[in-house]
Design a protein around this ligand. Structure first.
Ligand SMILES: Nc1nc2c(ncn2[C@@H]2O[C@H](COP(=O)(O)OP(=O)(O)OP(=O)(O)O)[C@@H](O)[C@H]2O)c(=O)[nH]1
Length: 246
């Protein structure tokens, strides 16, 4: 059995460059040299050079194999676990946490040629994320309300969903996720007001831990006109299907 484990480790891909520096170290050094943070919910795509994401995938696979070994899971003889380390690495880097490693999606912006100044709401947009604490899934919905002015950029409707996916596709906590999302939409559209309401189920509270299966976290961010004008805020909240004003 020990020989099996040694053989399995020997099959692991090389995760260092010829100088022996793991690619994660090189990326981290670039982030630090730029004076930036690399928290779980930060995007670090600009510090990853072409080809390095594949090397990072190999490195995460190798570390994940170590986790499985330490959990005493037989990844040699158990046909279900043989490729698990690679699958998990791929899932983290290319799927569920792609919002950390991939650049912001391209957003086409159009000028507000018709001087639109009426409330616009989009939602529910699906939230798929994971908490930074346990990396357990966080699933939910978000609604976005925009009060444009003549300087507001109009962005395609689908782009709101793409931005949500990008920001939530990182280990997050809901309070920070909604602020990152609001800041990004403010930057892209420059509206008179922005309202965001998010409602999520946290699997760290249902699947494990306290095992509260029906409780959800609901939070909101109001900016500009939505903060100053209670009537506009009420209108937005009343228009969200299934949610009441006040
Ligand atoms: N505020 C906030 N808390 C979250 C979020 N997602 C998960 N959590 C909570 O983060 C906490 C992590 O707390 P710890 O006490 O360090 O972890 P733990 O000992 O495993 O806690 P239990 O979940 O109570 O078993 C838990 O209470 C989670 O329910 C979130 O988006 N926002």
């Amino acid at each position: 059995m020990f020989q099996d484990l040694v053989a399995a480790s020997a099959q692991q891909p090389a995760v260092q460059d010829p100088q022996g520096t793991p690619v994660s170290v090189k990326i981290r050094e670039r982030v630090q040299a730029a004076g930036r943070s690399f928290h779980a919910n930060d995007n670090i795509a600009e510090f990853i050079e072409p080809g390095e994401l594949e090397l990072l995938l190999d490195e995460v696979e190798s570390k994940m194999q170590g986790v499985l070994d330490s959990m005493v899971i037989d990844t040699v003889n158990d046909h279900n676990s043989q490729a698990t380390a690679r699958r998990v690495a791929k899932m983290y880097l290319k799927e569920v946490f792609a919002g950390r490693y991939h650049k912001q999606p391209a957003i086409t912006e159009f000028p507000n040629g018709k001087n639109l100044n009426e409330l616009m709401i989009v939602g529910p947009i699906t939230v798929r994320s994971a908490c930074s604490h346990h990396l357990c899934p966080v699933m939910g919905k978000v609604w976005i309300g925009v009060m444009p002015n003549k300087n507001t950029n109009v962005i395609g409707l689908s782009k709101y969903a793409r931005l949500v996916d990008w920001v939530l596709g990182r280990p997050q906590i809901q309070e920070e996720a909604i602020i990152q999302l609001a800041d990004l939409i403010m930057e892209k559209t420059r509206p008179d007001g922005l309202a965001v309401v998010m409602e999520c189920s946290h699997f760290c509270m249902s699947w494990r831990g306290v095992r509260e299966k029906d409780s959800k976290m609901l939070n909101s961010v109001m900016r500009g006109a939505f903060l100053k004008d209670p009537t506009l805020r009420r209108e937005f909240l009343a228009l969200i299907p299934g949610r009441k004003a006040d």
